[in-house]
Design a protein around this ligand. Structure first.
Ligand SMILES: [Zn+2]
Length: 105
């Protein structure tokens, strides 16, 4: 159950802990895709002939995807964490006025 905003009393608030987990997952996913895509298509042409597909490039893509995923997850995590208000309790973000606040359980 979400509490109303402590500033504008709006019931439209989101749990920042949940948002951080989602942001981390989304960031990791986006980073992975970007990393794999960039390493596979970095030469500006599509690799269509699978028989000529160099295995080393697959390995590079996997490494890039992993690295991008970690970087993306960190970025997503950091971005959401910067919204966290200081203090104890569950962090909430009001979607009505953008006020971040904490509620002690
Ligand atoms: Zn508010």
């Amino acid at each position: 159950m979400s509490p109303p905003c402590s500033r504008c009393n709006s019931p439209r608030v989101i749990n920042l802990e949940t948002a951080r987990k989602l942001g981390t997952a989304a960031g990791a996913l986006a980073g992975s895709f970007r990393g794999a895509y960039a390493s596979l298509y970095s030469h500006g042409r599509l690799l269509v002939a699978s028989t000529q597909f160099p295995l080393s490039r697959v390995a590079t893509a996997v490494v890039a995807a992993t690295t991008g995923g970690i970087a993306g997850a960190t970025a997503g995590n950091q971005m959401i964490k910067s919204l966290f208000p200081p203090g104890e309790g569950t962090p909430w973000l009001c979607l009505g006025c953008g006020h971040a606040f904490r509620i002690l359980d």
